[in-house]
Design a binder for this molecule. Structure first.
Ligand code: SAH
Length: 244
């Protein structure tokens, strides 16, 4: 059975978009994952196919109607968690992506306008997920980004699955720097250790670089990493004591 992605949107033509290309596109054609797009407008109740209305309490913008979105959710053939892409949501991270990729699939709601009537979010227990602390004009690019991150983790999608173990966030660290030919470019040489042929030294250098870059650029990640390592050490010591 394919990993099943359902996307509810008023712009179904935006999908698969970039997901039709490269790794995700090949995996889609190969049936590793499947995409169902649901046009929310198909569930509108009037001849103008309107999905939004003015906000109670006044203010700018329009709000997506709860009845129309609810009917679209009911009409979808979705599997996995029901997620609204939203700047109010919990920021997406690799751990969540991994969890979604390990499940049956995901059902994504792409917001538009000022927002969505809160009642349908409550009634359907919709989880909100954010791409970060910035505002997009619609949920579709966020849905595409989320799906891209999940699909590349599905078995059989990456030619060389070992890359997953080494890339950013795999161990709570950012990735080390990469170099390729020419060995000397524009007066800049590649770090000599990488051409030493000493695999252990290469591993050590990459680890040290990953740690340095994480410490420098993402002190938040670094603190979590060192806290985690301390817990692992304490647990190991506790087990040793019990065994003695
Ligand atoms: N008025 C809203 C923003 C609406 S933007 C607010 O202030 O929170 C319109 C739609 O774009 C949202 O419903 C959501 O689906 C999508 N969107 C905007 N920013 C996003 C982000 N950072 N992450 C995920 N989706 C986002």
């Amino acid at each position: 059975m394919s990993w099943w992605a359902t996307v509810l949107t008023i712009f179904p033509e935006m999908l698969p978009g970039p997901l039709a290309y490269s790794l995700a596109g090949k995996a889609l054609s190969a049936g590793i994952w499947a995409l169902e797009t649901v046009d929310i407008r198909d569930f509108a109740r009037d001849k103008h196919r309107s999905v939004d209305d003015a906000p109670f309490g006044g203010g700018p913008g329009m709000v997506m109607r709860p009845d129309v979105l609810d009917a679209a959710i009911a009409g979808a053939n979705g599997s996995g968690p029901l997620i609204l892409l939203s700047p109010r949501g919990r920021p997406l991270d690799q751990q969540r992506v991994r969890g979604l990729a390990d499940g049956p699939g995901v059902t994504l709601i792409c917001g538009r306008f000022e927002g969505i009537d809160e009642r349908v979010l409550e009634a359907r227990a919709v989880e909100e997920v954010s791409l970060g602390d910035f505002v997009l004009s619609g949920g579709e690019p966020a849905a595409i980004a989320l799906l891209d991150a999940c699909v590349r983790l599905l078995p059989g999608v990456l030619g060389c699955p070992e890359t997953l173990a080494e890339e950013s966030f795999a161990e709570g660290l950012l990735e080390y720097p990469h170099y390729t030919r020419p060995q000397l470019w524009d007066g800049r040489a590649v770090p000599p250790v990488l051409v030493s042929g000493d695999h252990q030294r290469v591993r050590q250098w990459r680890r040290a670089e990953a740690e340095r870059i994480t410490q420098q650029r993402r002190p938040d990640l670094w603190r979590r990493q060192t806290a985690q390592r301390a817990t692992v050490r304490q647990t190991a010591m506790a087990i040793d004591e019990v065994e003695q």
